[in-house]
Design a protein around this ligand. Structure first.
Ligand SMILES: Cc1cc2nc3c(=O)[nH]c(=O)nc-3n(C[C@H](O)[C@H](O)[C@H](O)COP(=O)(O)OP(=O)(O)OC[C@H]3O[C@@H](n4cnc5c(N)ncnc54)[C@H](O)[C@@H]3O)c2cc1C
Length: 285
């Protein structure tokens, strides 16, 4: 007899949202489909801040009522009658090692196939990893890949549009397979270019040297080319470091940081100091 896992307990608080907009933000020539989805919930008890995520409840499979997956919240705006926010979703598919067949990721395909006026359920907010420091002279180092840009885009917009007068250095090191997949920095959508003339902001882009062969994105090179500034930032007592994206970026980043620090020992102690003082936050998946 076929057995199925018991469904996970339902999350404590769930909400309904209406999709008001779904826009592809990777150019048609890119093999990656990433969409910017705008959602509106009329349930005013939903409250979230930059860095929070929602747990999307996609219809489940194999007897499970829900297939829940987490997505970073962007652009949250609370009005009198509703709260609007955005998420950015990469349509995922996987090749089964055993039979070579391609399977669609459940939640990401569900989200990418939603059309305006469709409703979805979600729980949250979950997580609160990226807190902008109160001290405007603090340096902020953001290291990310792929859809990991979502919380950074929110932080950058908050720092320059809502807070203003930021004096610390804000540095974004962002990796994507090719220039087409530089999210919010490509021909289809270039929101982040609005901040390139901010004197305290710099973005460093890293791509794969051979995207067709899936060669690794050279985020390590971008960090090493800016080693002096990165190391200086890391050693300042009020710097925050935020890391977001696919979990496999951690190895590449770790090796690059050893080079930036001059030795594994230097990096381990700098990293430990950031972690123990609560100045290192990561969202990896
Ligand atoms: C804190 C956090 C924040 C996140 N933020 C974002 C975000 O902002 N944007 C975003 O796009 N994603 C984000 N993610 C990732 C997201 O939550 C999902 O994991 C992702 O969208 C894939 O979910 P899915 O349901 O489509 O795939 P799933 O169906 O859950 O598949 C996921 C995994 O299962 C395996 N798998 C699935 N089906 C098969 C199969 N048939 N054969 C073999 N292997 C299989 C794959 O290897 C894959 O690793 C975040 C994750 C976390 C933890």
């Amino acid at each position: 007899m076929a057995t199925t896992k018991p469904p996970a307990p339902p999350p404590a608080r769930t909400y309904t949202a209406v999709l008001t907009q779904s826009r592809r933000i990777t150019p048609p020539a890119s093999r990656e489909e990433v969409r910017h989805l705008v959602l509106r919930t009329d349930d005013l008890s939903f409250d979230a801040t930059a860095g929070n995520c929602i747990r999307v409840m996609a219809p489940g499979q194999l007897g499970n009522p829900w297939h829940t997956r987490i997505y970073s919240i962007m652009d949250i705006e609370r009005r009198n009658d509703a709260t609007e926010f955005a998420i950015c979703v990469r349509r995922c598919s996987y090749i089964d090692d055993f039979n070579g067949e391609e399977y669609k990721g459940v939640a990401s395909n569900y989200l990418c196939d939603l059309r305006p006026d469709d409703t979805l359920r979600f729980a949250g907010p979950v997580g609160y990893p990226f807190v902008i420091p109160e001290d405007k002279s603090a340096d902020i180092l953001m290291l990310g890949m792929g859809t990991g840009i979502a919380p950074f885009r929110t932080l950058i917009r908050q720092i320059y549009e809502k807070i203003g007068g930021w004096k610390g250095r804000v540095r974004l090191f962002y990796g994507a397979r090719s220039p087409l997949e530089m999210l919010y920095m490509n021909d289809e959508n270039s929101d982040l270019a609005n901040y390139f003339d901010q004197p305290t902001f710099k973005a460093f882009q890293a791509v794969s040297p051979r995207p067709a062969l899936d060669a690794p994105v050279e985020l390590d090179k971008a960090l090493e080319q800016n080693a002096a500034e990165v190391w200086d930032m890391i050693n300042r007592p009020n710097t925050r470091v935020f890391v977001a994206g696919a979990g496999n970026m951690l190895d590449t980043m770790d090796k690059a940081m050893v080079a930036v620090a001059g030795s594994g020992r230097n990096w381990n102690s700098a990293h430990a100091a950031l972690v123990s003082s609560g100045r290192w936050s990561e969202v990896l998946y």
